[in-house]
Design a binder for this molecule. Structure first.
Ligand SMILES: NC(=O)c1ccc[n+]([C@@H]2O[C@H](COP(=O)([O-])OP(=O)(O)OC[C@H]3O[C@@H](n4cnc5c(N)ncnc54)[C@H](OP(=O)(O)O)[C@@H]3O)[C@@H](O)[C@H]2O)c1
Length: 247
């Protein structure tokens, strides 16, 4: 029996990497998926992969940091798909640099995408979830939000912020039967990490007890658990998926 049969999932940042893996994993478990990324082309590509699995898919190009664009997209999603059962706030970016040299633009881009983007989409579907009295919200945080990282103060602030956001919305929606959880991935091999220099990667690897980097599918597996009926009594939690890097 498919774990997400008859469910509609909205996954942001699903054009590539972790979001794409989550979208495909959910589709493989019977969900129809709304694919959101910055670019129509990337969203269309993943939507086509989902349709090839025999599920329905809708492709959206939405900048999650733009509140008006998110509200308009959310209205269209409800009109097209009819409902939303699972929202995954996954869209994220980095703009690394030491604080003494960090520009306002780099701070704002990261906070507005990673944290405010999740606020925009969650707010846009809040009434839908509350009325349905069921649903799942997943926020993709990071181990950097748990332990910080030099050169990533903006990213760490956004990812730590997502954890407080997750816990607050879990409390707001708990009485409505909606669970809200976060996943904190460690080092996952995607476009986001591909360009890091070899020495830095070797140093990170030394800190990972399982001795290897994670794959997007490792995060998708955790997302599937939290979105499935198996996690019905889990809310307000942060599930770290990092090969043991942070413990
Ligand atoms: N990779 C890791 O090691 C790692 C570790 C911890 C946490 N994470 C988190 O996991 C999430 C996914 O990361 P990833 O590695 O899969 O990244 P990625 O490969 O760089 O993909 C990022 C996705 O987010 C979308 N996106 C970026 N800014 C957006 C915006 N303003 N509006 C809408 N969509 C936007 C991109 O859209 P386009 O495809 O159109 O460009 C893309 O589909 C992020 O939140 C990241 O912080 C990643």
């Amino acid at each position: 029996m498919s774990q997400l049969a008859n469910q509609i999932a909205v996954v942001t940042g699903a054009g590539r990497g972790i979001g794409r893996a989550i979208a495909l994993k959910f589709a493989g478990e019977g969900a129809d998926v709304v694919v959101v990324s910055r670019t129509q082309e990337n969203s269309e590509k993943v939507a086509a992969e989902i349709r090839a699995l025999g599920r329905k898919a809708w492709a959206f190009a939405v900048d999650v940091s733009d509140g008006n664009a998110v509200t308009a997209a959310a209205d269209k999603i409800i009109a097209d798909a009819g409902k939303v059962d699972i929202l995954v706030n996954n869209a994220g970016v980095t703009r690394d640099g030491l604080l003494m040299r960090m520009s306002d633009a780099d701070w704002d881009t990261v906070l507005n995408t990673n944290l405010k983007g999740a606020f925009h989409f969650t707010r846009a579907f809040f009434r839908t979830f509350a009325k349905q009295r069921a649903g799942r919200i997943l926020n993709i945080s990071s181990v950097i939000g748990l332990i910080g990282n030099p050169g990533q103060s903006n990213y760490a602030a956004s990812k730590a912020g997502l954890i407080g956001f997750t816990q607050s919305i879990a409390r707001e929606l708990g009485g409505r039967g909606v669970t809200v959880n976060a996943i904190a991935p460690g080092f996952i091999e995607t476009d986001m990490t591909v360009d890091l220099n070899a020495e830095l990667k070797a140093n990170i690897l030394k800190q990972i007890p399982l001795g290897k980097f994670g794959q997007a599918e490792d995060i998708a597996n955790a997302a599937l658990f939290l979105a499935s009926a198996s996690a019905r009594y889990v809310t307000g939690q942060v599930l770290t998926v990092d090969g043991g890097m942070v413990m």
